[in-house]
Design a protein around this ligand. Structure first.
Ligand code: AMP
Ligand code: MG
Length: 423
C-alpha cells in the first residue's frame, strides 16, 4: 500500500465539481412513443385552444336559457364528432351528447335527467343559466399557454397533452450513453460458481438498475481484469462510443488499483478521494477528444465541442459504496445531461428513531427505512452500515446525511432526508 496522492475533497465540493464538468446533451426530435421519461428541451406551448369548440359536458338538450320551462321543438342531434348544422332559434332545442358541439344559437345544455317530455316537445326546467353544462373553447388550455417547461420529464399527462395539441414528435435531450464495467481479478459472472477467494460480480447488476432508473442507455462491458493493458484497451474502446464510463472497483490505493492511473493517462482526474462515507475512493475524471497519441481518438459524438467531453466515474468496489457514490455524484450528473430542471432527489424532514453516530472527518450517508407516525415520517436505521452490506440499502426509503464531527445526531432530532421512495 502507498499513500494516495489525491487530496480528500469535501463531499459537497466534489458534487459541485462533477456538475461543473458535466455537459447538457444535445436535442433530438423524438416520436411520442419514445418520449416517455424523456426531458423536454424547449417549452411546450399550446398552438391552439382546448377544447377548440364549445363542447357538451353531459348528455341532454342544447337550448337557449331564455326558453327555461317552455316546451321546445327538437330540431336534430349533435353527437361527438357529428355536429348539428342548424341554429337553435327561440322555441327549439337539439339533442346533444357528451363531447358534441354546442349548436349556434344555444347557450346552455340541460341534462337529460332534468327535462320533461310533452309529446314531441322537450321541456327544460326553470331557471336556466347561460353557460351551464358545456366547456367553453380554451377552458382547458388557452392558445399560447405554456403546457410544460423545458426541463420537464414527459409523463402520462404531458404526453397526452402533446398528442391533444397535435405534436407527433417532441424536442427532447439525448439520453446519456453509458459504458458499465466491473474491475477485479476476484470477480466471476453471475451464474458461475466462484472458486476460493472469488466473488460474483454483483455491482454491475446493481449499477445497471441504478443507471437505467436515472435514464441512461447502458452498454454492459463485463469484467475487466486487474491488468493495466487489458483494462486500458477496454476503457479506451468504451470511451469511443459513449458519453460516460462507469467502473466499479480498482480505485483504492492497493497496488492492483489501476483505474486512477489509467484515467490520469487519458484525461484529467478532478477527484481522487472524497470526505464521504461510504465511498472515500470515489474518482471522477474527464477525458477530452484529445486523447494521447498512443490511444485511438474517440469518434465524435453528435453535438457541440463541449459534448465531446467524456465523463469517467470510478466507483469504489464495495457494493454500498458504489451505489451511494452513484446516488451522490453520478445520478445528478446523468440528470443534468438529460436536461432535467431538478437534479437532486427530493428531501423531506424526518424524525430520527436512532442515534446517528458521525464519522470524524467524512460526511456519512446512512440508510434508513421510514414509517409514518401521524403527520411525521420516522426514520429507523437499516442496521449495520458496513460498505459491504448491501442489505443496508435493500428496502431503504431514504439516506440521512450525517455531517462529520464528534457529535452525530441524537434520537428524536428532525433532519432532512434524501428520499428514495416513500412507505
Ligand atoms: P476494490 O475497490 O477494487 O478494492 O474493491 C473492494 C471490494 O469490493 C472487493 O474486495 C470486493 O469485496 C468488492 N467488490 C469489488 N468489485 C465488486 C463487484 N463488481 N461486485 C461485488 N463486489 C465487488
Ligand atoms: Mg479491486
Amino acid at each position: 500500500m502507498r499513500a494516495s496522492a489525491y487530496p480528500l475533497v469535501d463531499a459537497d465540493e466534489a458534487a459541485a465539481l462533477v456538475l461543473e464538468n458535466t455537459p447538457v446533451l444535445g436535442v433530438e426530435r423524438v416520436a411520442l412513443a419514445h418520449c416517455v421519461g424523456r426531458v423536454l428541451a424547449e417549452d411546450l406551448v399550446s398552438p391552439a385552444s382546448l377544447p377548440a369548440f364549445p363542447s357538451s359536458a353531459v348528455d341532454g338538450y342544447a337550448v337557449r336559457a331564455a326558453d327555461a320551462g317552455k316546451p321546445l321543438r327538437v330540431l336534430g342531434e349533435s353527437a361527438a364528432g357529428r355536429p348539428f348544422a342548424g341554429t337553435i332559434e327561440p322555441g327549439t332545442a337539439a339533442r346533444i351528447l357528451t363531447g358534441g358541439v354546442l349548436p349556434d344559437g344555444a347557450d346552455c345544455v340541460v341534462m337529460v335527467e332534468d327535462v320533461r317530455f310533452d309529446g314531441e316537445a322537450v321541456i327544460p326546467p326553470a331557471p336556466l343559466r347561460p353557460g351551464a353544462n358545456f366547456h367553453r373553447p380554451g377552458a382547458d388550455l388557452r392558445e399560447g399557454e405554456r403546457v410544460a417547461a423545458a426541463g420537464t420529464q414527459m409523463g402520462a399527462a404531458e404526453l397526452g397533452l402533446a398528442a391533444a395539441l397535435g405534436f407527433p414528435r417532441l424536442p427532447v435531450h439525448r439520453r446519456p450513453r453509458v459504458a458499465l464495467m466491473s474491475t477485479g481479478d476476484e470477480l466471476v459472472e453471475v451464474g458461475e460458481k466462484p472458486g476460493r477467494g472469488k466473488i460474483v460480480d454483483s455491482n454491475r447488476w446493481a449499477l445497471l438498475a441504478a443507471l437505467r432508473e436515472a435514464g441512461a442507455e447502458v452498454r454492459g462491458l463485463g469484467i475487466a481484469p486487474d491488468e493495466p493493458e487489458a483494462l486500458r484497451r477496454l476503457v479506451v474502446e468504451a470511451l469511443r462510443e459513449v458519453d460516460v464510463l462507469v467502473t466499479s472497483g480498482g480505485v483504492s490505493v492497493g497496488t492492483h488499483d489501476l483505474v486512477k492511473p489509467l484515467l490520469e493517462s487519458l484525461g484529467t482526474v478532478h477527484i481522487g478521494r472524497v470526505k464521504l462515507k461510504p465511498g472515500k475512493p470515489f474518482t471522477f475524471a474527464t477525458v477530452s477528444a484529445d486523447l494521447p497519441a498512443n490511444a485511438p481518438l474517440p469518434n465524435p459524438l453528435p453535438g457541440g465541442e463541449k459534448e465531446r467531453l467524456r465523463l469517467a466515474f470510478g466507483l469504489p468496489g464495495f457494493p454500498v459504496s458504489s451505489l451511494v457514490t452513484f446516488e451522490v455524484f453520478v445520478r445528478p450528473a446523468l440528470r443534468k445531461m438529460q436536461g432535467f430542471s431538478s437534479l437532486q432527489r427530493p428531501t423531506l424532514p424526518v424524525r430520527l428513531a436512532y442515534d446517528a453516530t458521525a464519522s470524524a472527518d467524512r460526511t456519512e450517508y446512512q440508510r434508513v427505512t421510514l414509517r409514518r407516525d401521524g403527520a411525521e415520517l420516522v426514520a429507523e436505521t437499516t442496521g449495520s452500515q458496513s460498505s459491504s452490506r448491501l442489505m443496508s440499502l435493500a428496502g431503504a426509503h431514504a439516506l440521512v446525511r450525517v455531517p462529520p464531527g464528534d457529535h452525530g445526531i441524537k434520537t428524536g432530532s428532525m433532519v432532512d432526508a434524501m428520499i428514495l421512495s416513500l412507505p
